[in-house]
Design a protein around this ligand. Structure first.
Ligand SMILES: C=CC1=C(C)/C(=C/C2=NC(=C3\c4[nH]c(Cc5[nH]c(C=O)c(C)c5CC)c(C)c4C(=O)[C@@H]3C(=O)OC)/[C@@H](CCC(=O)O)[C@@H]2C)NC1=O
Length: 275
């Protein structure tokens, strides 16, 4: 049933304690605030949890669609664990929230990509859904008045943090001017420092950003005119299509093999293109 899939998901079994605690809190915050607007996860059990042939890669996926009356399109949570040939492991945990075309407010995204105990990539953003040059009021409402850049500056001052530039120029287009895209590198053999950075810096900033998204975007009540709706749906569709290609297009078949990757990507596409 759907709560077994959810239970396995929120265990985040391969995440470090601070990452598990943060992701559990973020999922709980979103579910508690939006629960009445969300349907249970309807993914097949072999997509809610899947692994590759040899069992060296495991993953969990939860997608909860919003009721028709809700501005929520869907909430997507995922964790992926893959043993690396070098003996280390790749762990990707992500939580994203997509709004539908009843509002033009930004979406929410957090991704923690850990390829070793001393190396973490953090993506934390409210990706805009309108062009910011054409709509300065949008920039003002969602990025200036919310002081999101203060959150980015909090993490920028961590000595071990440096800006992460995605190799995908498209990914760089999609993010907001206040996007947090950093790489944290701590001393080898010093895993306590990474845990301290996650607990003392990443955790509070992520909770601040998701609070802004819930208050100003998901529950902000910003309506959209009928004439803008078609353009917004087109832009949303393109962004979903392209981010799947960039994020998953090469990594999924490599990590899970073509058969499992095809099955999981097929289910994600269904939700991403659902009307
Ligand atoms: C909207 C704004 C977005 C931004 C800003 C963004 C950023 C990035 N994600 C990357 C990746 C990534 N994400 C996920 C989760 C996931 N993504 C989707 C997308 O629909 C789904 C459905 C799921 C759950 C299954 C996985 C599994 C995965 C990778 O393997 C990949 C990665 O870690 O490679 C090292 C990086 C690719 C580019 C790069 O290497 O720089 C880059 C950091 N991804 C956005 O969508």
């Amino acid at each position: 049933s759907h709560d077994e899939g959810r239970k396995k998901f929120v265990e985040f079994p391969y995440a470090s304690a601070p990452v598990r605690s943060l992701m559990f809190d973020l999922v709980s915050t979103v579910e508690n605030r939006l629960d009445s607007q969300l349907l249970p996860c309807a993914l097949p059990p072999d997509v809610q949890y899947y692994e590759n042939q040899s069992g060296t890669a495991q993953a969990s996926l939860q997608i909860r669609s919003g009721l028709k009356s809700s501005p929520i399109d869907f909430i997507l949570g995922s964790w992926i664990h893959s043993e690396l040939p070098t003996g280390g492991a790749l762990n990707i945990t992500s939580l994203s929230a997509y709004l539908n075309s009843s509002t033009d407010a930004p979406n929410f995204l957090i991704e923690l990509i850990q390829s070793s105990p001393t190396s973490l990539f953090l993506i934390l953003d409210l990706p805009p859904r309108k062009d910011l040059v054409l709509h300065p009021d949008y920039l003002q409402t969602f990025y200036e008045s919310t002081q999101l850049d203060k959150q980015r500056q909090m993490l920028e001052k961590v000595p071990e943090a440096s800006p992460y530039f995605s190799s995908s120029l498209y990914i760089r287009c999609v993010v907001s001017p206040t996007a947090i895209m950093i790489r944290v590198e701590t001393e080898t053999g010093e895993s306590t420092r990474m845990e301290e950075i996650i607990t003392s810096y990443v955790d509070p900033v992520a909770k601040e950003v998701i609070g802004i998204w819930l208050n100003q975007c998901a529950c902000g009540g910003r309506e959209i005119g009928e004439s803008d709706r078609a353009d917004l749906e087109k832009r949303d569709g393109l962004m979903k299509k392209k981010t799947i290609e960039v994020d998953l297009g090469t990594s999924f078949p490599r990590l899970f093999g073509p058969e499992v990757a095809g099955r999981v990507l097929g289910e994600i596409q269904k939700v991403f293109t659902a009307k």
